[in-house]
Design a protein around this ligand. Sequence first.
Ligand code: S3P
Length: 415
Amino acid sequence: MNIEPKKKWYGTVEIPGDKSITHRAILFNAIATGSARITNALLGEDCLSSIGCMRALGAEIEREGSTIFIRGSQSLKDAECYCGNSGTTMRLLMGLLCGQGVCARLTGDPSLSQRPMERVASPLRELGADIETTDGKAPVTIRRAHLTGTKVDTRVPSAQVKSALILAALGAEGETIVSEQLKTRDHTERMLQAMGARLCVEGNSVVVRKSSLRCVDVDVPADISSAAYFMALGALLGETVCKNVGVNPTRTGILKAFDRMNIQYFLENARTVCGEPVADIRVKKSEIRAAEFTREIMPSLIDELPILAVLCAYAEGESVISGAEELKVKESDRILSTVEMLRNMGAAATATEDGFRIVGKPSLCGGDVQSYKDHRIAMSAAIGLLASERGGRIADAECVDISFPGFYSLLKQTS
Ligand code: S3P
């Protein structure tokens, strides 16, 4: 994909639905009683993987445009589930299937098959799960076992690990307490409560009792992680309004980052939709300043770090991002892929053990970049190149379909 440079970018954009919420709406409704309608669902490849797996397990799921209709099944059948590139599908299914007493084998594409799965399997065994990984990775085999509630800690700050444990706990005898050191996104807790689960949140712990779920309709807000690319465009080149964006406080680290970097933004039309806070986000061209970001903020902007790095490359001064070693186990090693992508477009970036250092410049020359077949690297590169002097070419650019189908056409939509 060739990206031509632009001097200005102004636009109001409808960003596709939230990936995390769409996955959860599919997976949870598929094991609940009744039927549900999910509107504004994201139909990127990752969420299609969740649909494919739940169909293989016996749920009835139909699609019409961006609406998904689900009839839940309380007795899933044993199956082989192909999770594609989707870490969320595989990790959440690991917990869900252990809790539902289903035998399954979970597989993924070459990238997913390199990502760590013991971080989920090992705490699940503390509940009594019979689950096996292949040298810590996929394929993952799950056999039926009786689960008993206990106190478990997530050893890494991961909403996927926390969610897997909560889902398993729905099928465990007694009470399970899932604790995390840093609070991660809480869409699982919110949706399960709306579905009638016996679950309460106490600080950084979630207390869960054996529960059955009833289906709920979900109207999915736009994904702030996808909106972030267009928010960055506004900050660099003019003004952007992203409509109906989910602004759950466990996801808005990027707005805190904007505060620190002197990027002007406004939340308009704030409201609550299906238990999730939503607003329109307006971002205006700003004199961007460098900033430091440390471990505590990471869970709330983990997926936005590549695009934040692009903004740092155009900021005045040196930015330092630390405590972000989780980036190493995403769809690519995002410490290395982010730094390489920035360097190829003329930025001064260095990888560190747990993040990166970036010395900003008023303008970047542009150039050809690798996406490492990682959707977030490809989209961050597109924004960096669009704001650069010469633009450039992105290799394997179509990987954006994982989370943002239509990304490149929306990029061309400017008034
Ligand atoms: C997700 C959680 C995050 C995020 C991923 C989606 C989720 O991963 O990076 O894109 O839906 O729970 P971790 O929880 O592993 O950090």
